[in-house]
Design a protein around this ligand. Structure first.
Ligand code: SF4
Ligand code: SF4
Length: 270
């Protein structure tokens, strides 16, 4: 979750290290209980969406349509997905008076709150003070790593690092992400996983791309494996052509079509 507070990055002395201890406990009965689920900007990662749509038992396109909006940074760029708050009370669609109704599959940033992660720069920091988050005044003290374990953030961090390998690749900026076709391809693969599944298994995708048999089998039954394939496809299409090879027979027929002899062409094409 990138809240408005996220705009102001912490000073180095405010950063928590892995061996830091934090005082915090969130519980019903606190005056702020569920207040942090109101009027907040929550940007969802591909893995958040995967977990939430599966939790709700609906396909990704329905999840995106019902609960989110797609934002494009000014001047073009990678589409980002924002959770839409309810119109009447500005609360998250998944909160009720008892708390989060999708708690086990809540987004990564909700797990981290009131902390945020500095990503590959390392370190964590508090997004808000005790005035906003009364849980910070509770007596329970935790070693930071132990608290993070209770929030089960591991798979979210891991998947985000893989996602960042796509979004932060230096050549991405040159790849024309302001092109609407590319943005559509990025949104479908990263966020609309069930549509990407149909694209992989119901089109000529597997005839064109050489995907390892075990990856194909795994992607049929496991959304995480499918998402990893989606990241590879995006890197192929947007960034570099060597992460998802085109089948040799397809490449050869393309070369023939273009009147290029085998071996004349060093780079593979999308
Ligand atoms: S503001 Fe802090 S203590 Fe209050 S509900 Fe949110 S996370 Fe829990
Ligand atoms: S997903 Fe759950 S924890 Fe996150 S804002 Fe909504 S209700 Fe709160």
């Amino acid at each position: 979750m990138k809240t408005p507070e996220d705009e102001s990055r912490p000073q180095p002395e405010e950063l928590l290290e892995k061996d830091s201890k934090i005082r915090f406990q969130c519980r019903p009965g606190l005056p702020c209980f569920t207040e942090c689920c109101r009027d907040v900007n929550i940007f969802l990662t591909p893995y958040d969406i995967l977990r939430m749509k599966n939790r709700l038992g609906i396909p990704s396109h329905e999840f995106l349509e019902k609960y989110t909006k797609t934002l494009l940074p000014p001047g073009g760029g990678i589409p980002v997905i924002q959770l839409v708050m309810k119109e009447d009370d500005r609360r998250c669609p998944f909160v009720n008076d008892e708390g989060c109704t999708i708690y086990e599959d809540r987004p990564w940033s909700c797990r981290m709150y009131p902390l945020d992660w500095m990503g590959d720069q390392g370190g964590y920091y508090f997004l808000v003070g005790e005035d906003k988050c009364k849980g910070r005044g509770e007596p329970n003290e935790w070693p930071l790593l132990e608290w993070l374990k209770t929030q089960e953030v591991g798979p979210f961090e891991e998947m985000d690092l893989r996602f960042q390998m796509v979004t932060r690749y230096p050549r991405l900026a040159e790849a024309g992400v302001d092109d609407q076709r590319v943005q559509h391809m990025f949104r479908m693969a990263c966020y609309d996983l069930d549509t990407f599944r149909r694209f992989v298994f119901e089109t000529k995708f597997l005839e064109v791309f050489e995907v390892e048999k075990e990856v194909v089998e795994q992607a049929k039954k496991d959304d995480v494996a499918l998402l990893e394939l989606a990241f590879r496809w995006i890197r192929f299409g947007l960034v570099c052509g060597d992460v998802l090879p085109i089948r040799e027979e397809v490449a050869e027929s393309k070369r023939k079509e273009m009147g290029v002899a085998s071996g004349d062409q060093g780079e593979k094409e999308g």
